[in-house]
Design a protein around this ligand. Sequence first.
Ligand SMILES: [Zn+2]
Length: 173
Amino acid sequence: MFKNELDFTKYFFNKKFNCQMNLQLNEHNKKEYPPMHTAEHILNQTMVRMFGCPRSRNTHIERKKSKCDYYLDQAPTEDQVKEIEERVNKVINSNLQVTEDFVHIDEAEDLVDLSKLPEDVSQMLRIIRVGQYDVCACIGSHVENTSEIGEFYITTHTFDNGRWRVRFKLKEA
Ligand SMILES: [Zn+2]
């Protein structure tokens, strides 16, 4: 259906694919560990592409370990879990630049889903891109290049009532 990754990404951007401000970042912004948080962006996009699910809205990012929740019809198989790790590491190992742009909210409509933004959101949104792989409105702290993230690996995962909770760590870059 898609000629390449870029076409695929454009397709989703054009569909205003689910990419919302992560409200939790307001509170936890200062404590965030940029490599972990940037890995979260990549994991979210990987889950969207593999399973068509929304990005995680219940995320806990810590320096040593993090977790995200995804709502899926069934638990990913062990092969799929392996594939998630491989895809995330492939993006990390592509040494992609992580860039920020400030876009007026009216122009951001075509780029990200604005439905989850708070009422009092500012008129200018900060748009974070991981190369051409992911785009998201976000106020968190990120690395400048994915080469700073290190190796991503999943430690444990559980599936309960449609919620897949995945815990992950990074091996230092
Ligand atoms: Zn972010």
